[in-house]
Design a protein around this ligand. Structure first.
Ligand code: AMP
Length: 193
């Protein structure tokens, strides 16, 4: 693995723990010799992780639609900034550039970016690892809901298990290195499973 894409809030969140976790994940990426791919903003947790990676001497690649650059949300100090035409193109570019994906706490933007990667993974469109950095148990209720959806037979257990969950950045990255995607695709007939 060479680059990890991090999805995270464009807000800082309520607790200082979230900003601390973004800084620590940035430092961990550099320790593991991994570059950062992210949405390219200077605000919230996004700005915090980008600054942390830069301060520790790592590489940061931002991917941002022109419309957000026009609103002066872009981080101006990155190693590289890709300017794209739409939010859809941005997600595709981030997915192409990265070898794995981590979600930090965030809102709708973070969740939709994460779930697109999960969906592409369960369809076998990529074989890259993805996980949640469960800072301050932020994702516990989401994980509980996913387990409920497994129980209701809308999500296969093997696909639920693709989402690695850890409270420690170093441990999550070590699990990424050992990740094997499931062999079960979305499309096995229910009668066979
Ligand atoms: P959210 O979790 O709703 O704050 O959205 C954050 C995620 O969505 C980031 O990973 C970005 O790719 C994208 N995004 C949403 N709002 C913004 C914004 N104001 N500036 C930059 N990116 C944003």
């Amino acid at each position: 693995m060479q680059k990890i894409c991090v999805f995270c809030g464009s807000s800082p969140g309520l607790l200082p723990d979230y900003l601390t976790a973004a800084r620590e994940l940035g430092a961990a990426l550099v320790r593991h010799d991994l570059g950062l791919v992210y949405g390219g903003a200077h605000v919230g947790l996004m700005g915090e992780i980008a600054n942390s990676v830069m301060q520790h001497g790592g590489e940061v690649i931002g991917v941002m639609p022109q419309s957000l650059i026009d609103r002066e949300i872009a981080h101006r100090g990155l190693s590289e900034l890709h300017v794209v035409q739409s939010m859809h193109e941005r997600k595709a570019k981030m997915a192409e550039l990265a070898d794995g994906f981590i979600a930090l706490p965030g809102g709708f933007g973070t969740l939709e970016e994460l779930f697109e990667i999960v969906t592409w993974g369960q369809l076998g469109l990529h074989r890259k690892p993805f996980g949640l950095l469960n800072v301050n148990q932020f994702f516990d209720q989401l994980i509980g809901f996913l387990d409920f959806a497994v129980g209701q037979q809308f999500i296969r257990p093997q696909h639920r298990e693709m989402i690695l969950v850890d409270a420690e950045a170093d441990r999550l990255l070590a699990r990424f290195a050992a990740y094997e995607p499931p062999s079960v695709t979305k499309w096995i007939d229910r009668a066979e499973s």
